[in-house]
Ligand binder design. Structure first.
Ligand code: DC
Length: 210
């Protein structure tokens, strides 16, 4: 069984998906971690991140694993580094390269295979798991998105800077050639702006039980 959740940054996808996975006793998979992991590796390697051919070649050589909802990059748990500002700023352009998306999607399919999962990202409901049994699209106002990211305390940016960065990132994520963020016609749309995490989980769980 696949429960797929998509939506822009700061709409509560990770928190909701991981809580639902716990409640249903299935695996939680955050697909953004894969793009962030590759971006971290690229930044650390010093290769030219602006050159798509170099990026693709480099990404093909990286080993991505996912253990206990932590991203393992070439055998090292890098989960705690994935939300560094530099990684957040560069993950979207890296993920806009179609070949990078193919590398990540192939790996996601290999990892998921026979698992029951709750996965979240930008194209889980549309490209990666178009046949998912349950599909949800989480949204929120830009002010709520920025405030949530700010409250996470993982960024050194001000609230206003976070807001600007999210606007830029979401615009890029929605205009990608492949894997663009969009609302699947068969997804349940939930505006989470005025909802608690518990309420969003309740809506999703009741939809699944329906
Ligand atoms: O969900 P996140 O903020 O951790 O995602 C990091 C970046 O990766 C974000 O800019 C969008 C991109 N991404 C993507 O293109 N496709 C996905 N399935 C998940 C994330």
């Amino acid at each position: 069984m696949v429960i797929a959740i998509d939506g822009p940054a700061g709409t509560g996808k990770s928190t909701v998906a991981s809580l639902i996975a716990k409640k249903l006793n299935v695996t939680f998979l955050n697909s953004g971690s894969f793009y962030r992991g590759l971006t971290l590796a690229l930044l650390e390697s010093g290769v030219d991140i602006q050159n798509p051919d170099v990026v693709i070649d480099f990404c093909k050589k990286q080993k991505l694993d996912y253990v206990n909802s932590h991203l393992i990059l070439n055998g090292v748990d890098v989960e705690s580094r994935l939300h560094e500002d530099q990684v957040s700023a560069n993950a979207s352009p890296v993920s806009a390269i179609p070949e990078v998306r193919h590398i990540v999607n192939d790996r996601l399919h290999e990892i998921v295979k026979s698992l029951s999962i709750v996965c979240e990202g930008r194209d889980m409901t549309t490209v990666v798991f178009p046949d998912a049994e349950y599909k949800f699209y989480l949204d929120a106002s830009i002010d709520v998105q920025a405030q949530r990211r700010f409250n996470q305390g993982v960024s050194n940016l001000s609230l206003e800077e976070i807001k600007e960065a999210i606007i830029k990132r979401d615009a890029l994520d929605k205009s990608k050639k492949e894997g663009a963020l969009k609302i699947a016609p068969d997804a349940t749309y939930i505006d989470t702006s005025d909802l608690t995490i518990e309420k969003v989980c309740e809506i999703i769980i009741s939809k699944i039980h329906q």
